[in-house]
Design a protein around this ligand. Structure first.
Ligand code: GYE
Length: 324
């Protein structure tokens, strides 16, 4: 008898452990497939998503870091579908390759929100909503700043030798920022791209590529670097080669993201321009999810407003108060 009672109590205890409590029952289950942790921007983005989709805010978050590989993202999404999550949030590595897996999500009735980079799908109903930056506009901000700078320094019309460090090929951030530069090159026959380096958004890759590039070519006016971490790598390679940047007549580094460390580089003269790209998408995604929960239809596309900073406009307070 005693043994039977102990078994019964144990079974009840186990059952109570496995079953969701009254609060858990109401958590919104979200699977988030993140690209990786390649940059300071990405790390700030992940932190923002995790903070916004917390249990305290009513979510159960299933997080997957794809380590910069699309096949890992496809696996993660299929896993979320199997676990029957309420929503899938995808930060896609590139624009292409999502039709099949998103069709599977749709067939299972799981709405998909895209964050940061965009996707190119044959049928727009495969995702509910997207929030992120206008990457082409960011590129245009950098080009306008450069044109104005050259004008102010009576260098407009002079030849300009540009080294282009690109982000992950096929990512919207790469496509948009590259398009702005290529468009400018067509307007300025005196500008020349002297090298295109595939930096994959990482500091390490950019450092190696720029270091090797400098062995044969050092006559550079501008480095157009499609994110801050690649700019940090480039600056390190330049410093090691004893090549100054930022001063009058020296190499100008134009950078994207404007994370705090890049603003510090800008204050110290190592980066000439930081174009902002805001990674704090967590609350924006949570707002979209809440709209869906309330039965309303969120906007298909939401663009975030952004600025650009150069040394003259940066203050210590701005750097101190930077959220990422
Ligand atoms: O610029 C870069 C990151 O897609 C906007 O990805 C994002 C880019 C960002 O790795 O730092």
């Amino acid at each position: 008898m005693k043994k039977a009672l102990v078994c019964l109590l144990l079974a009840m205890l186990l059952a109570s452990c496995g079953a969701p409590g009254p609060e858990e029952e109401h958590l919104i289950r979200v699977g988030f497939s993140q690209v990786g942790s390649e940059s300071d921007w990405r790390i700030a983005n992940t932190a923002s998503m995790i903070a916004a989709l917390s249990e305290a805010n009513g979510y159960e978050l299933l997080f997957d870091n794809a380590k910069q590989r699309q096949e890992n993202q496809l696996l993660a999404i299929r896993n979320f579908i199997q676990q029957n999550v309420d929503y899938i949030v995808l930060a896609p590595i590139t624009e292409s390759g999502w039709d099949d897996v998103l069709q599977e999500a749709k067939s299972n009735g799981i709405p998909v929100i895209i964050v940061d980079r965009r996707i190119a799908v044959s049928d727009d109903s495969l995702y509910t909503s997207w929030v992120g930056s206008d990457f082409r506009e960011e590129g245009e901000l950098a080009i306008s700043w450069l044109e104005a700078f050259l004008q102010q320094h009576s260098r407009a019309g002079e030849s300009l030798r540009i080294l282009h460090i690109q982000g992950t090929e096929g990512a919207t951030a790469q496509i948009g920022r590259t398009a702005a530069l290529e468009h400018a090159i067509r307007r300025h026959p005196e500008w020349e791209i002297i090298g295109v380096l595939p930096g994959e958004y990482t500091e390490a890759k950019s450092y190696e590529l720029v270091r090797d590039f400098l062995k044969t070519e050092q006559d550079i006016d501008v480095i157009y670097s499609e994110n801050d971490n690649m700019s940090f790598g480039a600056v390190r390679a330049l410093e090691e080669a004893g090549i100054p940047c930022g001063g009058e007549g020296e190499i100008m580094v134009l950078s994207f993201d404007a994370v705090r460390r890049a603003l510090e580089f800008c204050r110290d003269g190592k980066i000439s321009l930081c174009v902002e790209c805001n990674p704090l998408h967590g609350p924006r995604v949570a707002a979209l999810l809440q709209q869906l929960e309330n039965g309303s239809t969120p906007a298909k596309l939401t663009f975030v407003d952004e600025l650009a900073f150069d040394r003259e406009m940066l203050t210590d307070d701005m750097i101190r108060d930077r959220e990422y």
